[in-house]
Design a protein around this ligand. Structure first.
Ligand code: HEC
Ligand code: HEC
Ligand code: HEC
Length: 129
């Protein structure tokens, strides 16, 4: 009465057609391009910590810096990756190297839809050095 083979083929054809928008998009669309970041042009090649540490942890590091400065009156930060000493300051240290905020911090934050409110109070760099 029923032809099981034909029913299965029919179901497979139906499934493939019904879901084609999904897999067609998955195969052909790459999604939005990741932003091209502009790194410091002042000759520095290293951040205060390794890049692998900075990408996921820079916001926590900044909070730590703020707390040390504001609550403990401590200003020197000793890098755990290269032993160098940095003044714990958003404007004077981070932004001294990353002076091109628009093509670095902002480029990534816009892409990730994050809007840090720090610049309400802290001085933004004027532009690339
Ligand atoms: C001495 C200059 C210098 C200072 C100071 C500095 N950076 Fe960096 N930063 C760099 C350089 C150079 C790189 C690229 C490092 C690499 O390619 O290994 C980098 C990389 C990064 C990255 C990773 C970006 C990526 O995806 O490739 C983040 C995030 C970052 N810095 C944030 C900060 C923040 C926040 C501060 C202050 C707490 C800071 N940096 C201070 C020079 C600096
Ligand atoms: C490679 C991408 C990238 C770069 C470059 C980058 N950030 Fe971020 N930043 C992020 C992401 C992603 C978050 C959000 C993380 C979260 O929500 O947990 C974030 C969050 C922050 C926050 C916390 C904001 C909040 O509202 O919680 C601060 C402050 C911050 N970034 C400062 C900086 C500064 C200053 C620079 C440039 C020196 C910088 N970031 C560069 C990706 C980046
Ligand atoms: C309402 C104003 C205000 C906002 C918003 C603000 N700060 Fe601050 N921040 C201050 C003041 C005031 C100090 C104390 C300045 C000092 O003692 O040198 C400070 C100190 C700091 C310091 C240490 C000193 C220095 O020179 O940087 C860090 C790091 C810091 N803030 C990070 C942040 C980050 C990161 C954000 C955003 C997530 C942020 N702040 C948002 C007002 C603000």
């Amino acid at each position: 009465m029923y032809d099981a083979g034909k029913i299965i083929v029919g179901l497979v054809v139906f499934f493939v057609l019904a879901t084609s928008p999904l897999w067609f998009n998955a195969l052909t669309e790459k999604g939005p391009e990741a932003p091209k970041l502009v790194y410091p042009t002042n000759g520095s090649t290293e951040c205060v910590e390794t890049k692998d540490y900075m990408i996921p942890n820079h916001m926590d590091l900044l909070n730590l810096w703020r707390d040390d400065v504001v609550r403990k009156a401590k200003r020197d930060y000793v890098s755990s990756s290269n032993g160098k000493i940095f003044d714990m300051s958003l404007s004077r240290t981070c932004m001294d190297c990353h002076s091109n905020k628009a093509e670095f911090c902002d480029a990534c934050h816009t892409y990730m839809a994050v809007t840090p409110y720090c610049w309400d109070c802290h001085v933004e760099p004027k532009g690339a050095n």
